[in-house]
Design a protein around this ligand. Structure first.
Ligand SMILES: C[S@@+](CC[C@H](N)C(=O)[O-])C[C@H]1O[C@@H](n2cnc3c(N)ncnc32)[C@H](O)[C@@H]1O
Length: 296
């Protein structure tokens, strides 16, 4: 259930709900592109470093990635198929006049030409059935789950897709989801053989992560925040949005100087891992400096 703090944060943000529910991604890319939405691109080298670290830790090449709030398969396109966010912005702008079927075919062709990491299975989960259907039809994710784990446990079919996750990632989704979603995911992964997943979330600074971290701890995971660096998510839609967000940050005692005060939402990286895997490898040591180059 959304709590007071998350409700207040969501009230401060411009409402993009409609573009998450369209049959194809073009309105999503057009609207978010107008606000320079960029967090998946900033997250890409960080997630890539974490995927490699997890492969080394577990001495296993094949991993299953659960992308929470996957929308139209953006993180799958970037991480599994090596595309860039600019590739996607350009592609969907070029295809403005096509119908959905032609767009799906052109995405499939893009994926076929890409250098795909076949040892990475990407499962996308989103509350939007339209977005999940597009991501799976276009082959940007390997499998999709349309579900709202804030309000109900997943169906048995959805549970079977979520349970094998080795890593859970999210960009732009915490705030829409709370500890309730993570608890339902962890109930499933706990019941599945093998160690718990690593959970890496890029989270706007106005959404406190403490209750999510507490839920992780209840499931044996230790949570770290990457200190000293924030990542631009997007430009504020207008002055009213910025002003609401600054008020919200002020109420949380967070100083926006040089960060949100300069006109952009910023996110932080949180990583939760099983204690025995986290202890020898602190988060800063996992991420090479070049992966942080886009941070602020
Ligand atoms: C800002 S978009 C981010 C999408 C994508 N991760 C990206 O960075 O481009 C937020 C996404 O969260 C999804 N979402 C909202 N509520 C959700 C919920 N309860 N469970 C799963 N996804 C949800 C929305 O449908 C939307 O696709």
């Amino acid at each position: 259930m959304n709590d007071f703090l998350f409700d207040a944060g969501n009230a401060a943000k411009a409402n993009f709900a409609d573009i998450y529910r369209e049959p194809d991604p073009r309105p999503y890319f057009a609207s978010l592109g107008a606000c320079d939405y960029v967090i998946p691109e900033h997250a890409k080298p960080v997630f890539a470093a974490l995927i490699e670290a997890l492969r080394e830790t577990r001495e296993r090449e094949h991993l299953t990635l659960l992308d929470l709030g996957c929308s139209y398969g953006v993180n799958g396109a970037l991480l599994k198929h090596g595309l860039s966010l600019d590739d996607l912005y350009r592609h969907y702008a070029d295809m403005a006049e096509s119908d959905r079927a032609a767009l799906v075919e052109s995405d499939k062709a893009l994926v076929e030409r890409a250098e795909t990491d076949s040892a990475l299975t990407v499962v996308g989960l989103d509350v939007s059935p339209e977005a999940v259907k597009y991501a799976t039809d276009a082959g940007l994710v390997d499998a999709g789950v349309a579900a709202n784990l804030e309000t109900a446990a997943p169906s048995p079919a959805a549970a079977r897709m979520i349970a094998p996750a080795d890593m859970v990632i999210s960009t732009g989704c915490v705030g829409y989801v709370t500890e309730d979603t993570f608890a339902r995911i962890l109930d499933l992964t706990d019941a599945s053989p093998g160690p718990s997943p690593w959970i890496a979330s890029f989270v706007l600074r106005m959404f406190p992560y403490d209750r999510i971290a507490l839920t992780m701890a209840e499931h044996g995971l230790v949570t770290e925040r990457l200190e000293g660096i924030t990542f631009i998510q997007r430009r504020f839609a207008d002055e009213a949005e910025q002003s609401e967000v600054l008020k919200r940050l002020d109420s949380l005692g967070i100083d926006p100087t040089g960060i949100e005060a300069d006109g952009y939402f910023h996110a932080e990286l949180y990583l939760s891992r099983p204690r025995d895997e986290a202890a020898p490898l602190p988060l800063p040591a996992l991420i090479p400096a070049e992966a942080l180059a886009q941070g602020a």
